[in-house]
Design a protein around this ligand. Structure first.
Ligand code: AQP
Length: 332
């Protein structure tokens, strides 16, 4: 059957990109389709310079936002990666299957290691091996599908390669998963720089819509989006990335195709205003639910506790089987 796994890193405040690229589908579609697990992947937040207190705070906030976005702990499993030892246990085995060359080819590693180098910090070894931990996250649960934004598809491909290689060398152990990306808004761009992904850990914030931004701030950011000097509205991701980004965001909110939307709009100003309104409305119920949920931190902690227990029970047999398949002595 289908099994779904995905995660979010607590590296910053969640953005419209996280919501449209990933979380919204998890809540609206995925959790109702199959057994599914959604994880605050906190170990991944330690791969770059971080403030421990901030990571702890963001982990709770991220879990709260997952619930606010509509994930129902009665229907799916919501948990924190660091609460389930199986992820780290399996990571080591997969490090014995992966090669360093394959890690160095990862686009995200190239970008983030370059950033760490220019800022004079060392590149953490965990940044290089991050995709191996991500592969462990997915393979431990026998996930068949991994709903992610476009930026994560390369890591899911790598996960597939590792699963296939492990199975060939040591016998069938892992399900080979595939990434699923949304039809529109799979890569939401920064509103101030349509050549850059809208990323929650980025320093400049005026082009980033955070899920917990005040409605005024959301509207302002969308209305001030950088577009181009061309007259009119047309949908062309290569030639007009700023306009295309707005069309995709509006499309994700309304369900109308970006191309069809482009034909209905004459001016950028109206497109921006309508997109601003649509995003404000999209986020309104999420903000309201988050306010309720965050008033009760014990509730979130309880969800994470129960989620971890369920996740552990699911992961344990697969990870134990992988230990044995690789030649490790089973404890007597
Ligand atoms: N801009 C985006 N558009 C569409 N999907 C996106 N996702 C992230 N950004 C966009 C998807 O959201 C899920 C969780 O994301 P993440 O926590 O892995 O990544 P992030 O928000 O990109 O985090 P960072 O720390 O800020 O990373 P960088 O610095 O790379 O931007 C994923 O499914 C992701 O695809």
């Amino acid at each position: 059957g289908t099994r779904i796994f995905s995660g979010v890193k607590p590296t910053g405040h969640l953005t419209l990109g996280n919501h449209l690229g990933a979380m919204r589908r998890w809540a609206e579609v995925d959790q109702h389709r199959a057994e599914s697990l959604f994880c605050v992947v906190d170990l991944h937040a330690l791969t770059v310079e971080h403030d421990p207190a901030r990571v702890r705070r963001l982990s709770r906030q991220t879990a709260g936002l997952l619930l606010a976005s509509g994930l129902d702990p009665e229907v799916c499993t919501v948990f924190a990666q660091s609460h389930v030892d199986e992820h780290a246990r399996l990571m080591y085995l997969l490090e014995c299957v992966a090669t360093d060359g394959e890690m160095r080819r990862m686009i995200q590693y190239k970008e983030k290691s370059a950033r760490a180098r220019t800022s004079g910090q060392g590149v953490r070894l965990s940044l290089l091996t991050y995709p191996v931990l991500m592969a462990a996250d997915i393979l431990a649960y026998g996930a068949t599908e991994v709903p992610v934004g476009e930026d994560q598809t390369q890591h899911v491909e790598l996960t597939r390669d590792l699963a296939v290689r492990f199975n060939q060398r040591y016998g069938h152990t892992f399900v080979v998963p595939r990434a699923t990306v949304p039809a529109v808004a799979a890569r939401v761009m920064d509103l101030q720089d349509p050549s850059a992904k809208m990323g929650k850990s980025h320093a400049a914030t005026s082009g980033i819509v955070y899920l917990l931004d005040e409605p005024d701030a959301v509207a302002r950011k969308v209305r001030r989006a950088v577009t181009d000097g061309e007259p009119g509205v047309s949908y062309d991701r290569e030639a007009r990335p700023g306009v295309a980004n707005l069309l995709e965001i509006l499309s994700a909110c309304t369900g109308e195709e970006p191309g069809a939307l482009a034909e209905r709009y004459d001016g950028i100003g109206v497109l921006k205003a309508d997109t601003a309104d649509a995003v404000v409305e999209l986020l309104r119920p999420l903000r309201a639910r988050h306010a309720e949920i965050s008033a009760d931190p014990a509730y979130v902690d309880g969800v994470l506790r129960e989620g971890a227990a369920r996740a552990r029970a699911l992961a344990r047999p697969t990870v134990d089987a992988a230990y044995e398949a690789m030649g490790l002595l089973r404890p007597a």
